[in-house]
Ligand binder design. Structure first.
Ligand code: PEP
Length: 252
């Protein structure tokens, strides 16, 4: 790995009430080793403010699982970037496969959401990944090329200096099937090459590319040994503080 600081991010999805989220965050703040990697957790929206209070002063940063690209208005049920910032968020996950699958998100809306995040100084985590069918029909690289090219269309180099990309093969999310470290490395290298083709070598070298898909305490070390894997986006295994801290503390 170049000089890229690892990021381990926990996506709590639609799990945990406010008190449950606060309790897990409290435990995590005690368990996560300081200053070895960046750590982020993304609870559901109503838990953002109380969790933000609990992790203040710890090394854990707050993220959201989604945003809407307008700054305010008659958009019932949506949440704006500035609302997330005011709740204490530093990161936002954009284009998660569950958003694409169940809520109609596509590369065009993802592009708008990334723009809105950047405008509000939120660090976007752009999620990309192929389905099992696409992998089987050898479409993986085409799918990723499309998701990244359209997702990042129209941005300048300066816009993207904090961007994080998460490679999440859909067939590995919540299934217990992890991509092998070689499969992850192959795709991460490909993603870096697309970034290089569009934005040049400097961004390609500095951008962090996370792997997501059934990451657990027992596979994180191997994945992190790969030269183009700069961290992980963790779903199920981020819900328990003991388990997630074993992932965040993989260097220990
Ligand atoms: C995710 O949803 O981003 C994810 C990677 O989930 P899991 O770790 O449970 O596979």
């Amino acid at each position: 790995m170049e000089n890229r600081r690892p990021l381990i991010a926990g996506n709590w999805k639609m799990f945990k009430t406010c008190p449950e989220a606060v309790e897990t965050a409290k435990q995590l703040a005690q368990l996560v080793d300081k200053n070895t990697v960046d750590v982020m957790i993304a609870p559901q929206f109503t838990a953002l403010v109380p969790v933000s209070d609990v992790i203040k002063g710890s090394c854990i940063l707050l993220g959201a699982q989604n945003l809407f690209y307008e700054s305010e208005g008659a958009y019932t049920g949506e949440i704006s970037p500035s609302m997330l910032v005011s709740a204490g968020c530093r990161y936002v996950i954009i284009g998660h496969s569950e958003r694409r699958q169940y809520f109609g998100e596509n590369d065009g809306t993802v592009n708008k959401k990334i723009r809105a995040a950047i405008k509000n100084d939120l660090i976007p985590i752009l999620c990309v990944g192929e389905s099992e069918k696409e992998r089987e029909s050898k479409e993986t690289f085409n799918v990723l090329d499309r998701q990244i090219t359209i997702g990042l269309k129209g941005f300048s180099l300066d816009d993207l200096d904090t961007l994080v990309v998460a490679y999440e093969p859909i067939w590995a999310i919540g299934t217990g099937k992890t991509a092998t470290k070689e499969q992850a490395q192959e795709v991460h290298q490909f993603i870096r090459s697309i970034i290089e083709k569009i934005f040049g070598n400097n961004l390609a070298k500095s951008i962090r590319i996370l792997y997501g898909g059934s990451v657990k305490p027992d596979n994180i070390k191997e994945l992190m040994k790969m030269p183009d894997v700069d961290g992980a986006l963790v779903g199920g295994a981020s819900l328990d503080a003991q388990t997630f801290s074993k992932i965040t503390n993989f260097q220990g």
